[in-house]
Design a protein around this ligand. Structure first.
Ligand SMILES: [Zn+2]
Length: 187
């Protein structure tokens, strides 16, 4: 199952993203650039969709905002519109933990590294295309464990011991298929 953007949005082959003031203040700007590169590289030749930063924030399809949370998972809140008897995605607000830590339950633990933030954001960008059902193992896993590195730059996340840790971020074929179903090629 997947939600779907309105056909006129899919036809334009693009989704635009902006950061809230709070997300910017918590340093998510850097992660956003990497996450959009990651998405665009992965979608190239597979899905007719390119992500970009919105020139005018007010017009963005997707707003990245923060929440106070100890979990290693964001939330994609979808606003729907009705048209032609069907319900379509109209806009998405992605809520990410403001400042993820390596031991979420220990408020004194250090900030998690960029790789952890990248996993969190790429995961939610996939949701924002429409897929709602997770893929165990890859970046679209519902739950991962954080493996703290010597320094924040070495932090990784992993679904389980049978799967590679991330980064580098990887997409299972099943996740690509979910994205293709949510964002079909419209002639
Ligand atoms: Zn999820």
């Amino acid at each position: 199952m997947a939600d779907q953007w309105a056909k006129h949005v899919i036809r334009r082959k693009s989704l635009t993203v902006t950061l809230s003031t709070s997300a910017r203040a918590h340093g998510w700007n850097k992660t956003l650039g990497r996450a959009l590169d990651e998405m665009n590289r992965t979608l190239k030749d597979r899905v007719e969709l390119t992500f970009s930063v919105a020139e005018k924030p007010i017009n963005a399809h997707i707003v990245i905002d923060t929440m106070q949370s100890d979990e290693l998972h964001g939330k994609a809140r979808t606003q729907y519109a009705k048209d032609g008897g069907k319900t379509w995605i109209d806009s998405v607000t992605v809520l990410i933990p403001a400042a993820p830590r390596i031991y979420p339950n220990d408020p004194k633990s250090r900030a998690a590294g960029d790789g952890v933030r990248l996993y969190l954001l790429v995961h939610e960008l996939i949701h924002s295309i429409g897929p709602t059902v997770h893929t165990p193992g890859d970046v679209f896993s519902a739950k991962v464990s954080l493996i703290p590195g010597k320094t924040a730059a070495d932090d990784t996340v992993q679904f389980d011991a049978q799967h590679k840790s991330m980064p580098p971020i990887f997409f299972d074929g099943a996740t690509i298929k979910k994205i293709q179903e949510a964002w079909p090629t419209i002639k």
